[in-house]
Design a protein around this ligand. Structure first.
Ligand SMILES: Cc1ncc(COP(=O)(O)O)c(C=O)c1O
Length: 463
């Protein structure tokens, strides 16, 4: 006998509740307050024998659903946030239904689906077939794999197998200009040290690397191994390092090149191989996020490398109970987790259903809408565009003539709070050249012209 809530014969009850809850949630996305700034969950005792399903649904309706954000909706513009498409959402529901553990090949097709999803992504981004990789929980996890591969490369250059022996005695210099915070975290987690990178100068009014300074610093480095961490789309200004130049400098000095292209790689779908990502195909490794512009549900990142052997050396875990005879790679030997969800399925089904063209349309539309809103801000007497909008991110603040820096920062913070409290938009803060700014990032496939008009109205109302 199953205990209550465990009767598969009764699945229709769950389907009904699921359909009702999902439909109501989707229907409200447009008029709902985008972010719930004040939430509350009273302490409640853990149930001893469990509640009836009807009671469980009631709790969900009262305590959870009204307090969720509309992050998947068209006007959640904080951070870099995608919103799951219908097909990706459907696929993710099925991930729970199928409940596969994509750790080893040999018991289902799930590993082959992950392999094919990675191949399709390489095709989408016109990357050489020499790139291989795996799905991760996000760009942070991918940057961690990048740090581990680079660390292994550095070790092998000086006769140290870091995965086996550790980083003790490793002689390595790391260079970067504007690494994402998650990259610094990853350097820390890998034992290389969050602060152990040499800052390369940025170009004027930019977060992009000054490649002349990179060449100079590499030429001065006497370390036995060198690692360069480049950016394809910095999170604040969306600047791209000149990757073709960076790659050739790295080649000259025998340096490992990792590129964090969490959302910037999508520019390649629009502009092709001669756009801002030109040269990325020469990187040793690349970080990408699918829960950003591919609009699949959280969580889904990708790590790509042309040196899978270094991943294997770093993450392989031989254990007798895990042995099998399959020739398909074991994903648990390429990344952090042994047990892994079937997160490739939403990517695979999305690419199958939407094809290259839809991805291109989403990216192009977001970029065009962002430019339009940036132009309105630039023309407004009440606001100042603090940096040209180059892609999907807008950086601005209220005009503050005659105010001191700290008064200006206070005014900007107060305005951001007012906008987010108003509820028609959700934006996030940032710092540019030492000053508080407000940041808008468009990466949701559903954002349309009418949302830009709502935003303009909010900016008029909140000043
Ligand atoms: C360039 C870059 N790298 C890394 C990350 C971290 O991504 P995740 O939240 O998926 O770990 C982000 C997130 O916005 C990003 O923009």
């Amino acid at each position: 006998m199953y205990p209550h809530n465990s009767d598969w014969q009764n699945m229709q009850v769950y389907f009904d509740a699921f359909t009702e809850i999902s439909q109501q949630f989707f229907d409200r996305l447009d008029d709902e307050t985008v972010a719930k700034l004040k939430v509350d969950l009273k302490p409640q005792a853990l149930s001893d024998s469990g509640l009836d399903f009807s009671e469980v649904v009631e709790r969900l309706k009262q305590q959870v659903i009204p307090q969720l954000s509309a992050a998947r909706g068209p006007r959640y513009w904080g951070f870099v946030t995608g919103g799951a498409t219908p097909i990706a959402t459907f696929a993710d529901w099925l991930v729970a239904t199928f409940d596969q553990n994509v750790h080893k090949a040999g018991d289902s097709v799930a590993s082959l689906i992950e392999l094919q999803a990675i191949e399709w992504l390489c095709e989408l981004f016109e990357l050489p077939k020499t790139f291989q990789g795996l799905m991760t929980t996000g760009a942070t996890a991918s940057n961690f794999l990048a740090a581990c591969c680079a660390r292994q490369f550095a070790g092998l250059k000086q006769g140290i197998n870091v995965a086996q022996q550790g980083v003790y005695g490793l002689d390595v210099d790391i260079f970067s200009t504007t690494p994402h915070a998650s990259m610094c975290k990853s350097l820390g987690m890998s034992g290389l040290g969050q602060k152990q990178f040499h800052p390369i100068k940025a170009l004027p009014d930019s977060e992009a690397m000054d490649v002349n300074d990179l060449a100079f610093c590499l030429s001065q480095s006497t370390a036995k191994a060198k690692i360069v961490i480049a950016s394809a789309g910095t999170v604040t200004t969306t600047d791209f390092d000149d990757l073709a130049a960076v790659a050739s400098i790295c080649q000259k000095f025998g340096a490992w090149l990792h590129v964090d292209a969490a959302f910037g790689l999508f520019e390649r779908v629009v502009m092709g191989t001669e756009g801002k990502t030109k040269g990325i195909e020469k990187a040793h490794s690349i970080t990408l996020d699918c829960h950003k512009w591919l609009n699949v549900p959280y969580d889904c990142g990708v790590f790509l490398t042309q040196h899978r052997d270094l991943l294997e050396q770093s993450f392989d875990l031989p254990a007798p109970y895990l042995a099998n005879e399959s020739t398909t790679p074991d994903f648990m030997s390429l990344g952090v987790e042994n047990s892994r969800r079937f997160r490739a399925l939403p990517v695979w089904l999305s690419l199958l259903a939407y094809g290259k063209q839809s991805v291109k349309d989403w990216v192009e539309s977001n970029i065009n809408l962002a430019k339009q809103l940036a132009d309105w801000i630039d023309d407004s007497d009440d606001y100042e565009l603090v940096h040209p909008c180059q892609m999907n991110v807008i950086l601005f603040r209220p005009t503050a003539k005659g105010l001191s820096q700290s008064q200006m920062d206070q005014k900007t913070k107060a305005l951001l709070k007012k906008i987010n409290t108003d509820g028609r938009l959700f934006l996030s803060p940032g710092i540019w050249q030492g000053q508080e700014i407000i940041r808008i990032a468009l990466s949701n496939w559903q954002t349309q012209q009418q949302d830009i008009e709502v935003a303009i109205q909010v900016l008029k109302d909140c000043i």
